[in-house]
Design a protein around this ligand. Structure first.
Ligand SMILES: [Ca+2]
Ligand SMILES: [Ca+2]
Ligand SMILES: [Ca+2]
Length: 177
């Protein structure tokens, strides 16, 4: 696996550990969902509920797939095994990506405003400078918006270990603008 993909795995684990306990557990996903929903005050209730459901599904999938020692938590070594069988996470990642992008499009016109993108991404825990660089890498429209499918595909690529040289690499390490 390429270095970028390894860095993405480490970054995602650190962000998902929302309570900074060093392992992933159910509480991390409710904390994260609360933070992300709070960053989208204009979103409708069904979109918020969908995002909460996506995070719950995310945790259930990790727990049932990666908790090798059966202690109800996922440590980093257990988590890193996700790259060995990425297809087991496709449905969960797709639902998460679509739920997150929908939350970023409260007016439903199919476009994500920069400010909504930044609010959601920094709520997840990505650094603002990296988030800005990612928005640029996606190639926003002249009105400074991203089509929803561009973000959805970008999220899915970010979780795909075989993908390299993707916009999402802007989120990892040194930023090249
Ligand atoms: Ca934790
Ligand atoms: Ca475990
Ligand atoms: Ca919109």
């Amino acid at each position: 696996m390429r270095a970028e993909a390894t860095q993405r795995v480490a970054l995602v684990f650190s962000l998902l550990d929302a309570n900074h306990s060093g392992v992933l557990e159910a509480e991390d996903f409710t904390l994260m969902a609360d933070r992300v929903v709070a960053a989208a005050p204009e979103a409708a209730a069904p979109a918020k509920d969908r995002l909460r459901g996506a995070f719950a599904q995310y945790w259930t999938t990790l727990r049932t797939t990666l908790d090798t020692n059966g202690d109800g938590e996922i440590d980093f070594e257990e988590y890193a095994a996700c790259v060995l069988s990425p297809e087991r996470f496709d449905a969960t990642v797709t639902e998460f990506a679509e739920a997150l992008a929908a939350l970023g499009d409260p007016d439903g016109d199919g476009l994500i405003d920069r400010q909504d993108f930044l609010a959601l991404m920094t709520a997840i825990g990505f650094a603002p400078v990296n988030t800005e660089a990612l928005f640029e890498a996606f190639g926003p429209t002249t009105a400074d918006q991203l089509p929803v499918p561009v973000w959805v595909e970008g999220i899915k690529d970010f979780y795909a270990p075989e993908k390299t040289d993707i916009p999402g690499d802007q989120l990892v390490g040194g930023v090249t603008v």
